[in-house]
Design a protein around this ligand. Structure first.
Ligand code: ZN
Length: 240
């Protein structure tokens, strides 16, 4: 059976006004990324990190899904059980657009996680005040549910699963710096990369200069503007 693997990144949510640390030279909303997004930073100052994610969660409340989120949510419903969407984004805009099965590789802003039993529970857009209790085990030590540099990302196990199951790979708005998309693209005969810019490959030993050269189709547009072209390729692939 033909199936689609989607890997999305910051470029998917950029048109909704979500900023990421990739935007400004290692700064994320004027914070040093290593202070707010690494295990060292977390050990050094838990309150600073907690406040940072409280602010991101507050900002997220006013953000709306864009056209690309809506099309991808519709795609999930149209090909129920045949789309595996893995996102690096921690926002909930896919869910706001109606998606139900998106896998968040780097966690979610709208949940908290228990440090004892590691289970998550919803917090919505509310700040973490420090008096939260894990509803699963009663533990009082809870934290944001965002994967930091220096810790394991258990959801990554879904990447290999998606590669094995899928016949079409679509990379949307991801530069390939956190998750290398070249080895993934190499596993597929059919693939699409959506990016407004050509991204150079990181290694000089690559046979190609640009990441898009590893893909069957390159749609050089922002995510929203690329959706019609993407859907045409998907329809041809799935109906063939
Ligand atoms: Zn717990």
């Amino acid at each position: 059976m033909k199936k689609i693997m989607i890997l999305s990144g910051a470029g998917l949510s950029a048109e909704s006004g979500i900023s990421t640390f990739r935007d400004h030279d290692g700064l994320w909303e004027n914070h040093d990324v290593m202070e707010v997004c690494s295990t060292q930073g977390w050990i050094a100052d838990r309150q600073k990190v907690t406040t940072f994610y409280n602010d991101r969660r507050h900002d997220l409340a006013s953000k709306e899904p864009n056209y690309a989120h809506e099309i991808l949510a519709k795609l999930e419903h149209e090909y129920r059980g045949r789309v595996m969407h893995l996102t690096q984004n921690i926002d909930n805009l896919m869910e706001k657009a109606g998606a139900k099965e998106v896998i968040h590789l780097h966690g979610t802003l709208t949940d908290l996680r228990c440090e004892a039993c590691t289970k998550t529970f919803p917090v919505g857009y509310a700040p973490q005040e420090g008096d939260e209790v894990c509803p699963h085990c009663g533990n009082k030590r809870v934290r944001h549910n965002v994967v930091m540099f220096g810790e394991a990302a258990p959801e990554y196990s879904h990447i290999q699963e998606a590669i094995r199951q899928s016949t079409l790979f679509i990379a949307i708005g991801t530069s390939g710096t956190v998750i290398n998309i070249i080895p993934i693209a190499k596993e597929f005969t059919h693939s699409i990369i959506i990016d407004p810019k050509r991204q150079e490959t990181a290694s000089r030993f690559d046979p190609h200069s640009y990441i898009d050269e590893y893909f069957e189709h390159f749609i050089q547009k922002k995510a929203g503007a690329a959706m019609d072209d993407m859907m045409a390729i998907i329809k041809e692939h799935m109906d063939d």
